[in-house]
Every structure is written in C-alpha cells, then in structure tokens.
Design a protein around this ligand. Structure first.
Ligand SMILES: *[C@@H]1O[C@H](CO)[C@@H](O)[C@H](O)[C@H]1NC(C)=O
Ligand SMILES: *[C@@H]1O[C@H](CO)[C@@H](O)[C@H](O)[C@H]1NC(C)=O
Ligand SMILES: *[C@@H]1O[C@H](CO)[C@@H](O)[C@H](O)[C@H]1NC(C)=O
Length: 172
C-alpha cells in the first residue's frame, strides 16, 4: 500500500502541481436505519472560492468500539480509468497508531474539521463541519493526478455494513 502512495507521489506529483480541485457531489447512504441516520450531509457553495462539505450522523447505538472501513478510489480521465485502488483498514486501530500512510493522508484532509480526532470508543455523533474544498486542495494538490474521482468509503461497525459515504470530485 505504501508503495502505491509513493508511486503516485513520484509519478504524478510533478504533473499535478497547481491543479484545481472541485467537489462535484456527495452522498451519504445509510444501510441500517436502526443503527444510524444522517442529520445532514451536503455540499455548499458560498461563493466561487469557498465551498464546503458538512455532515452529521445520528448514531442510535453508542458507544462505537470497533469499525472497519473500506475505501475504494477510482480516477478517470475522460473515459479511461487511470487508477482503481482499494484500502481496507481497522479504523479504531488506525486512530491508535496512525501508521497507515494512505489512511493518514486521507484522514488529514478532514480531521481538523471534525470531532473524530481521538481513539475509540466513540460516545458521540460524528460531525464534519464545513470541510473547505480549499483545504483539501492544499493537501492533494501535489499528490493526486488530474481527473474525475469517485471515492466510496463503506463503514462497518461490529462487522455489519452501516453506511457508505460517496464523494465525487474533479481535479483539473
Ligand atoms: C467567499 O466567502 C468567504 C466566507 O464568507 C469570504 O471570506 C471570502 O472573502 C469570499 N470570497 C470571495 C471571492 O468573495
Ligand atoms: C489529532 O490528535 C493528535 C494526537 O492527539 C494531535 O497530535 C494532532 O495534532 C491532532 N490533529 C488535528 C488535525 O487536530
Ligand atoms: C460503495 O461500496 C459498497 C461496499 O463495497 C458497495 O456495496 C456500494 O454499492 C458502493 N456504492 C456505490 C455508489 O458505488
């Protein structure tokens, strides 16, 4: 997995610098309404430069002591799929050791705008509060290649899929 990140950094970094990043769509899909719902989940454009993503869960069964997350990322350029990769990780373990480079990189794009920067268990709802596209721009600018992206993260708690968060974005 680390090798893949380094590949992207080395192969695509120089080409991608100075790119422009845009959220296109976000969807929060609940798989189990007895377990959780979303209070809100949306993108907002305040003006041309300030766009953000916000979401809040409504968890019906707290605390959360274990969760496994699968993230699938696809990058397209026109109709060609440039990359298609999957990362699967134990989120509570990651929050303890912060060892996974790719996950750490994804985590950094939103952690300071969230209330999730602590180890398990979680006794509260998850909030992403106005994650600005500009901030993600700064982090991903030199790392990811241009293209249309689809990122689907699927969250399981106690071994059962509970929700999927799908984000579409473009880098040009
Ligand atoms: C966009 O809105 C933000 C927040 O209200 C503001 O700080 C910024 O100056 C605005 N930018 C432009 C180009 O109007
Ligand atoms: C998250 O928590 C860690 C450890 O407590 C801290 O070092 C780090 O600065 C925090 N990151 C953010 C974005 O708040
Ligand atoms: C997201 O991933 C999950 C788990 O792999 C899958 O079941 C679901 O259909 C995917 N959602 C979309 C919109 O692709």
């Amino acid at each position: 997995m680390n090798a893949l990140l380094y590949f992207i950094l080395i192969a695509m970094g120089p080409i991608a610098i100075g790119g422009h990043f845009e959220f296109n769509n976000v969807r929060c899909l609940v798989r189990d309404r007895k377990f959780m719902e979303f209070d809100y989940c949306f993108l907002r454009s305040v003006n041309r430069t300030y766009k953000y993503l916000s979401l809040k869960t409504k968890l019906h069964k707290l605390p959360i002591t274990n969760t496994v997350t699968s993230v699938q990322v696809r990058i397209r350029e026109n109709k060609r799929i440039l990359y298609n990769f999957d990362v699967r990780f134990d989120a509570c373990k990651f929050l303890r050791d912060r060892r996974n480079v790719i996950v750490n990189w994804m985590f950094q794009t939103f952690s300071e705008f969230s209330n999730i920067n602590h180890t398990c268990p979680y006794h509260h709802d998850i909030i992403l509060d106005k994650v600005p596209v500009q901030h993600i721009n700064k982090i991903v600018q030199s790392v990811v290649p241009d293209g249309r992206y689809y990122m689907n993260s699927s969250w399981s708690v106690d071994g059962i899929p509970r929700c999927d968060l799908v984000v579409y974005f473009t880098k040009s």
